[in-house]
Ligand binder design. Structure first.
Ligand code: PLP
Length: 386
């Protein structure tokens, strides 16, 4: 019998949790949550319960949660020059993003390309705070306020960003801070009430919920971007369209579980350390990216010198192990990593990402180690023969 496959690609998407599956199945036949009859009210209850769960994950308030079709849509909604403060229009003239952000921020959303400024990162993968401060000092306030959008934790390296410092700088400059917490949620404690964060972006499928659903969570509700999806008055007019009730139900269930997962991060970290030990023992000259920075407990990005990341990824796949060469790209192709380029590792830097979860077991790590040993030995003998 073929050995069971091992999934070590949680940062691409986490396996669907059974609690999320059940919540979705229960909600599949839900009525329209805007309907006033009993069936509609029952659907509304599902949506509002999930809203409360999502808010709880980040210590926010449920009335400040807007459901979207995912983090990409939440980012596109927030990254716009046109906002309102109560009923008054509010304008942002420029958006500052980190060069290692996810493409959904990097593109600048609804800002024109010339209004998007990329702030560099250090070789340790941290946003360059001095460069951000200089950019904010130089910001021309006569045209509008500055908007700053940075990820909380990097999807490729796992490097955790100094979001509180970012928030403080932005506050000092009179701007607004948006934090993409997609990879950090459920892995590090998030508290929107304590950081200088104005908005957080979340995605259900990175938490073990369904794909195609996410949210933005505000620290308050006075200031909001103009709607991206216009139509009916759903989500208080911020995001039109009948709610994806089963998706939202699954998202809510996943966030409830994520609160418990936070208690298991030390076990996850010790398994990640086993992975790193195997890499450093079995691959001479291997580099672990971002290792001098604080990183998510579940992520390691490393290189195998003399071997293309795609080749190594395929070799792992043939050995029954799913991991990724950098980030999962929408086209399925692997290009040079903009994150490693931003960290000054150059065009050719290729890397393998292993990202695990609470469900990952010691046996999975042992199988990873055995596969790595096989692949590293084969590479050495092939290189020696060449
Ligand atoms: N932000 C980060 C850091 C991500 O890793 C991802 C997904 O890979 C996204 C945003 C986009 O999330 P979604 O798939 O919900 O659009």
């Amino acid at each position: 019998m073929a050995a069971q496959r091992i999934y070590l690609d949680y940062n691409a998407t986490a396996p669907l949790l059974s609690a999320a599956r059940e919540a979705m199945l229960d909600a599949l036949g839900a009525a329209n949550p805007s309907s006033v009859h009993a069936e509609g009210r029952a659907a509304r209850r599902i949506v509002e319960d999930a809203r409360r769960d999502v808010a709880e994950l980040v210590n926010g308030r449920s009335e400040h949660v807007v459901f979207t079709s995912g983090a990409t849509e939440a980012a596109s909604m927030l990254l716009t020059p046109e906002w309102t403060m109560g009923r008054a229009p509010l304008r942002f003239s420029r958006v500052y993003v980190s060069a290692a952000d996810h493409p959904c921020l990097l593109g600048g959303g609804r800002f024109s390309p010339e209004s998007v400024e990329r702030i560099g990162v250090t070789q340790d993968g941290l946003v360059d705070l001095a460069a951000l401060e200089r950019a904010l000092d130089a910001h021309d306030r006569t045209e509008g306020q500055p908007l700053v959008a940075v990820h909380a934790a990097n999807n490729e390296t796992g490097v955790i960003q100094p979001v509180e410092d970012v928030g403080r700088l932005v506050k000092k400059a009179g701007g607004v801070t948006i934090i993409d917490a997609v990879q950090a949620a459920g892995r590090v404690q998030l508290d929107i009430s304590k950081t200088c964060t104005d908005f957080l972006i979340l995605s259900s499928h990175k938490l073990g919920g369904p794909k195609g659903v996410g949210a933005l969570v505000g620290g308050a509700d006075l200031m909001m971007p103009t709607a991206l999806v216009k139509g009916g008055g759903q989500e208080k007019g911020h995001r039109a369209g009948t709610e994806n009730v089963p998706g939202i139900a699954g998202f809510g269930a996943a966030t409830r579980q994520a609160l418990f997962s936070l208690n298991h991060m030390e076990a996850v970290r010790s398994r990640r350390e086993e992975i790193e030990k195997a890499v450093l023992e079995l691959v001479p000259g291997a580099l672990i990216y971002g290792q001098n920075s604080e990183r998510l407990a579940n992520t390691v990005l490393f290189s195998i010198p003399g071997m293309k990341a795609e080749t190594a990824q395929i070799a792992f796949d043939l050995n029954g192990i799913a991991l990724s060469a950098g980030s999962a790209c929408s086209s399925g192709k692997v290009g040079p990593s903009h994150v490693l380029q931003a960290m000054d590792y150059g065009e050719q830097a290729g890397a393998l990402r292993v990202s695990i979860g609470v469900e990952t077991e010691d046996e999975d790590i042992q199988r990873f180690r055995a596969a790595l040993q096989k692949i590293a030995t084969k590479r050495r003998t092939t290189n020696a023969a060449a």
